[in-house]
Design a protein around this ligand. Structure first.
Ligand code: FNR
Length: 193
């Protein structure tokens, strides 16, 4: 019997009109009911500095770690910046990786969605992110791969997804991801430190 799985959503763009955030929302809106999506703020995390890793780390670090730790799975939706991920997304991954031995990412199934205003769909960012999360033993949905190109042309002025091809593709991916999460979610959710 399947039950609801929670998915922490990390968006790699801070800008208000971000196509990546719209894609993340469109994905969550039409995904199977077995998945519950929780958007996790990452723009407010101070740069990772081991000297701040005291008994009282920055509040936003603690909040962030708890939100990811309490989820069953992780969805990344990120644009490509200079053939990699935006720096603040890398910082979020670093913050979630410490204290040593208590990484909040460990074993959580993940889907990596890369986006680009250009035609290539953020392939470089997508694969750099795969390299990072594989370090945490995170199972990554292998198929379908998700590279969303021409991202700015997919929405109307109200922010509604107008590309029926993309909508259909996101439906297919979300169904695959729901099954993948069900097969790979750790039995017990971990508590953050
Ligand atoms: C970009 N952009 C970009 N696009 C791409 O396909 N490959 C790249 O390497 C880069 N590099 C890059 C660096 C920086 C600093 C910026 C600001 C932008 C363009 C990018 O695809 C475009 O700005 C997207 O619209 C960003 O996604 P959001 O903010 O709409 O989600």
């Amino acid at each position: 019997m399947s039950h609801t799985r929670t998915v922490a959503v990390l968006v790699g763009s801070l800008r208000q009109d971000s196509a990546s955030r719209k894609i993340a929302k469109a994905f969550a809106d039409q995904a199977p009911d077995s998945l519950e999506f929780r958007f996790v703020e990452i723009g407010d995390l101070p740069h990772y500095d081991p000297d701040l890793e005291t008994d009282t780390p920055p509040e936003s670090w603690t909040r962030f770690r708890q939100e990811v730790a309490s989820a069953d799975a992780v969805l990344f939706v990120t644009p490509e910046y200079n053939r990699s991920v935006p720096g603040f997304l890398k910082n979020a991954i670093d913050v979630g990786s410490r204290p040593w031995g208590k990484a909040v990412w460990t074993d959580k199934p993940t889907l990596i969605v890369s986006t680009s205003a250009g035609a290539l769909g953020g392939f470089g960012a997508n694969h750099q992110l795969r390299q990072m999360v594989s370090f945490f033993n995170m199972p990554i949905l292998g198929q379908p791969e998700v590279y969303i190109g021409n991202s700015l042309s997919l929405f109307d002025e109200a922010g509604t997804l107008v590309s029926e091809t993309t909508a259909e593709f996101l439906r297919t991916v979300s169904e695959a991801f729901a099954g993948f999460v069900e097969r790979n979610a750790p039995a017990v959710r971990r508590e953050a430190a």
